[in-house]
Design a protein around this ligand. Structure first.
Ligand code: GCW
Length: 679
């Protein structure tokens, strides 16, 4: 199990002897000046890794005297780097370049950046070249992030429980802070820096106001001190009612002068402890959380009040758009758009609105949220969920990059063809100055951090996509597998294929054809399409699938809730009609007859049954593939994944049987006799 702790930063000895020798020739000496904590951390990472991978301790030199000198620096720390002015300019605040170059007639390698943080990122990516077996001959890499705020959201409570966390308790040991710095904090920061994550909200969006009290700010500042070295800013959830709960005020009305002053003072206090504090995230008027609407104010009133308090310190407010209310008698999928769209243009310039990828809630598949592309005067931040709340917790192997990419590549048509969600959150659609991507973390204190060894890939992929949404799921999986397991292609190839199809497999056995929110209520684990015993209709699975004797699915077209009208016309028109709706979203937008003929020629019923059966078959194929991997990696992780896949197989069968038999009670149509019997 210990094998999982090192994540993708294993730095195992390079096995290929040609590469091993070439690499050693390329880094015989090192010119690496500078003494900031960040540069020292980068240097430490580099020297440790070279020692482990190449059994090498390059001599530190001040001038380039031989071939094979690795030069690392910023224009401030290295005259050699300063000469590469174009590369430096292209690097911006966080980017870097890695190049082979001729310096003083010697062939050298350069890692250059404008900033210390750029160097840190450059070093991690230089090491990635070695970890993934790339050639260092004529390397020429220029990288800079497409998105500015690349943030993990920890739904961690102060008592160390983690909401929707499946990898053990919270890694933040609040009771031992600020005195005890768990080495895990440093490894956490290293892992994040290695993939470009530059922010962390350390407490749950369902927040306790206690996290804003002096004692906890001092604890948080100890974490911030660890993070800072690795280029990570700390953020906190601001509970909207904190002025009442910890401030002793009678109200939290955002237009009340006393309340406004309280937040200003609180912000000033926070920055005394944490000078580079990132800012607040807020979940307001959602699922019972307090917010401005409690006082008949709106999201702008609330967000701008906090923005004013943070503004003198350059802090940011991330205001969540995940709102819905069972008192609003409309389709839940419409509520965020209805509440936020009219407010477009009114938010302060240090507010960014954080929108989940889809309009319901992190389902195995959702069409993109209609707010993307629609808020043209407001920067929007993507919220993905890395923890697998609706995708089998840390028990099922589901590689999420294809799911993230599906949203990022969706075309909103906000400014005509090519107005993708990725462009919107990169701030490219309307030249926004703020941009961001948040991922709800899947990290806990399990030895391997994420519970399932393959769930590490989702943390990794989130960081890579936040840096650059254009990277392919395949390339990311390839890098991750090589760094995490082995360079052996007889492992990489089949396991990569298994990863890439795993999300579709999960959709097949959980929610095919646009079905959604049919999981067990409350825990959100396992199937539960039947009527739940719930107070709120908008939590009830039957609200979402609407199965009856005629058919199944949620009519969100103009004859139904008309949620389709929230999309731009080409998208709206596509979703309005059964014929043009992509099959994968069919039942999201339409109530469809069980007997409807699908493009395949099968009835909807038959198609649905096939998806559920295919999902189970695919898990069995994953098991077969995995069993061939024995001996190619360490036994511990091999056996762990094998056992987890066996659970996944049982649970895929559970999902299939429950859903097929439940829906059959409406369709009254047969399951082909040749199929394995559901029981
Ligand atoms: O996905 C749902 C979860 C809640 C969560 C909420 C949110 C933090 O079931 O546990 O609360 O979303 O995103 O606010």
């Amino acid at each position: 199990a210990e094998d999982g702790y090192r994540l993708w930063l294993r730095y195992d000895k390079v096995q290929n002897s040609t590469l091993y020798n070439n690499y050693r020739q390329s880094v015989k000496q090192m010119q690496f000046n500078g003494s900031s904590p960040t540069l020292l951390a980068a240097k430490r990472e580099l020297t440790n890794a070279l020692q482990q991978m190449l059994n090498l301790q390059p001599a530190l030199v001040n001038s380039v005297t031989s071939n094979g000198t690795l030069i690392v620096g910023t224009p401030k720390t290295s005259a050699n780097v300063a000469k590469f002015s174009n590369d430096i300019a292209a690097a911006g605040d966080e980017g870097y370049f890695i190049k082979s170059a001729n310096i003083n007639g010697k062939s050298c390698l350069m890692i250059g950046a404008n900033t210390d943080k750029g160097i840190l990122y450059g070093v991690f990516n230089f090491l990635k070249l070695l970890q993934t077996g790339q050639s260092l001959q004529s390397v020429a890499i220029n990288e800079s992030p497409k998105i500015k705020m690349r943030v993990l959201n920890h739904w961690d409570n102060l008592d160390r429980t983690v909401e929707r966390g499946y990898a053990g308790s919270s890694i933040w040991k609040w009771h031992k802070l600020p005195g005890y710095i768990d080495p895990r904090y440093i490894d956490y920061a290293r892992a994040n820096a290695s993939i470009g994550i530059n922010g962390a909200v350390v407490n749950n969006v369902n927040a306790s106001a206690i996290s804003l009290t002096k004692d906890y700010l001092i604890k948080a500042s100890a974490l911030a001190n660890v993070f800072r070295t690795y280029g990570i800013k700390i953020y906190l959830t601001a509970r909207f009612s904190a002025p009442i709960e910890i401030g002793g005020l009678k109200t939290a009305d955002p237009l009340d002068a006393g309340v406004r002053q309280w937040w200003k003072d609180k912000a000033d206090e926070i920055y005394k402890y944490i000078p580079d504090f990132g800012g607040f995230i807020v979940k307001a008027n959602s699922e019972g959380q307090p917010g401005p609407q409690t006082y008949n104010r709106n999201h702008v009133d609330g967000a701008n009040m906090l923005a004013d308090a943070l503004k003198p310190h350059n802090g940011i407010v991330m205001w969540r758009a995940f709102v819905y209310d069972d008192k609003v008698p409309d389709d839940r999928a419409k509520q965020a758009y209805n509440e936020f769209k009219p407010l477009d243009g009114q938010f302060s310039d240090n507010v960014i609105v954080q929108v989940k990828n889809g309009a319901i809630d992190f389902q195995p598949r959702e069409p993109f949220h209609p707010l993307f592309g629609a808020m043209r005067k407001t920067p929007l931040m993507m919220e993905f969920q890395i923890t697998q709340e609706y995708l089998g917790f840390s028990t099922h192997l589901v590689y999420l990059a294809p799911m993230f990419k599906e949203t990022l590549e969706s075309d909103t048509y906000a400014k005509g063809k090519g107005s993708t969600v990725a462009k919107d959150i990169e701030g490219q659609l309307d030249k926004q100055t703020l941009s961001g991507m948040a991922g709800v973390a899947n990290i806990g204190s399990d030895v391997n951090w994420t519970g399932h060894p393959f769930a590490q890939a989702n943390w990794y992929a989130f960081g890579r996509l936040a840096w650059n949404p254009a990277q392919s799921s395949e390339a990311i999986a390839d890098d991750w597998l090589r760094m995490t397991f082995t360079q052996d292609n007889s492992f990489i190839k089949p396991v990569k294929a298994l990863m890439l199809s795993s999300r579709e497999t999960t959709v097949d056995y959980m929610t095919p054809l646009g079905l959604h929110h049919i999981m067990g209520t409350g825990a959100h684990y396992g199937p539960g399409p039947w009527v739940g015993n719930l107070a709120r209709p908008d939590w009830n699975p039957t609200y979402y699938h609407k199965a009856d004797s005629a058919g199944v699915g949620f009519d969100r077209t103009s004859t139904g809730s008309n949620a389709v009208a929230q999309y731009f016309p080409p998208v709206r028109d596509e979703f309005e009609h059964i014929e043009t709706t992509p099959e994968k979203y069919l039942l999201w937008f339409h109530h469809v007859s069980w007997k409807h003929t699908m493009p395949s020629g099968k009835t909807l019923w038959q198609e649905m049954v096939d998806h559920y059966y295919r999902g189970v078959d695919s898990v069995r194929n994953m098991q077969k593939t995995w069993s061939l991997m024995q001996g190619k990696i360490d036994d511990a992780r091999y056996n762990e994944v094998k056992q987890l896949l066996a659970i996944q197989e049982q649970e895929a069968v559970w999902w299939r049987n429950a859903c097929v038999l439940y829906f059959q009670s409406f369709s009254k149509m047969p399951i082909p006799a040749s199929y394995e019997k559901p029981d």
